[in-house]
Design a protein around this ligand. Structure first.
Ligand code: RIB
Ligand code: CA
Length: 318
């Protein structure tokens, strides 16, 4: 029986690989995609998600547009694709304009109604800022309890990527992340940068993806090659000619839990620190008496991850 999931994303280059893996893996049933302001403006995230789904022949999967800005902070800067990180994300993904269009319902309303209709049956994977999830929690206090498991790409223990102390998804809407961490989700798995940087993809592996000869293989190769160029230029990974594909690691971990190793730890979100805004404070050394609330991935299996991409993207779908 395929696992039902909904993907909430800010499509972006690694989000697009996550969308393809979720839409094409035989053990998953991607019910819908929700978009949120993050890497680029939410309208661009929506358009990029529609393009990606159409490109792999899954234009049947509905896309719902969500929040255009964080729930509290009013200083969210110009989306990153238009700033220094333009080399890691693209305002418009390099796929043909989509024939499908977004749904009329907003993403938070879609999340609330869909999980209420099937309580405990659907996994929610959130790989962008958590604004839609916070909005859904405000719309329906029962929303969190209806989600069978929440998997979040976000946060960091020893790494960072947007400030010296924070990871982008959490930093972009820290108040939303705090709401989510305090909500009554039955199980939260957090996949931070410390794990996603263990599953780097290389230029040679991009060539292997392209050699599959499928739209998904070609798209994954293009997107990750672009990311590698950006990482080499702006934030070298330490392994030459490689880049992390953060969001897709979350999908892979849903299919095969052995892709990540986790520890049940307490995680709280910094929402006030002048220099630490958006930090995930992970109590991995038991410095407090705060109860564990989240399964935190401490590493990821690069070979398992890449093998899953190759196997899944090998199947012709268009
Ligand atoms: O920090 C990495 C995360 O921020 C990824 O989800 C990437 O797509 C961006 O949203
Ligand atoms: Ca993302």
């Amino acid at each position: 029986m395929a696992r039902k999931l909904i993907l909430d994303c800010d499509t972006g280059t690694d989000d697009a690989v996550a969308i393809m893996l979720a839409a094409l893996h035989p053990d998953l049933e991607l019910l819908g995609v929700a978009t949120v302001n993050g890497n680029v403006e939410v309208a661009r995230c929506t358009n990029n998600s529609l393009r990606t789904l159409d490109w792999i022949g899954r234009g049947d999967i509905p896309v719902y547009e969500g929040l255009a800005k964080p729930i509290v902070r009013s200083d969210f800067p110009v989306p990153r694709a238009l700033k220094r990180d333009a080399k890691v994300h693209l305002a418009t993904l390099p796929f043909p304009e989509a024939r499908s269009i977004k749904q009329p319902l907003s993403a938070p309303e879609y999340l609330v109604h869909t999980f209420a209709k099937s309580p405990g049956e659907i996994v929610l994977v959130a790989v962008g800022p958590l604004s839609n999830l916070a909005a859904a929690t405000a719309l329906d206090p029962a929303f969190a309890g209806n989600v069978s498991e929440l998997i979040i790409m976000g946060g960091a223990i020893d790494k960072s990527n947007i400030t010296p102390s924070a990871e982008f998804n959490i930093w972009a809407d820290p108040e939303a992340a705090a709401v989510v961490m305090e909500a009554a989700f039955p199980k939260i798995t957090l996949v931070p940068l410390d794990a996603t940087h263990q599953a780097l993809i290389s230029l040679d592996q991009c060539a292997q993806l392209r050699a599959l000869g499928t739209n998904a293989g070609e798209a994954a190769a293009q997107l990750v090659e672009f990311r590698i160029g950006g990482y080499e230029a702006n934030q070298p990974t330490g392994v030459p000619q490689t880049a992390p594909v953060h969001d897709a690691v979350c999908i892979a971990a849903l299919v095969d839990p052995q892709v990540i190793d986790t520890k049940f730890l307490n995680v709280v979100i910094e929402t006030r620190g002048e220099y630490t805004m958006g930090r995930t404070v992970v109590d991995h050394e038991k410095r407090t008496t705060r109860a564990p609330n989240c399964h935190v991935a401490l590493n990821a299996d690069r070979a398992r991850f890449f093998d899953m991409l190759m196997t899944t993207f090998a199947k012709r779908t268009t």
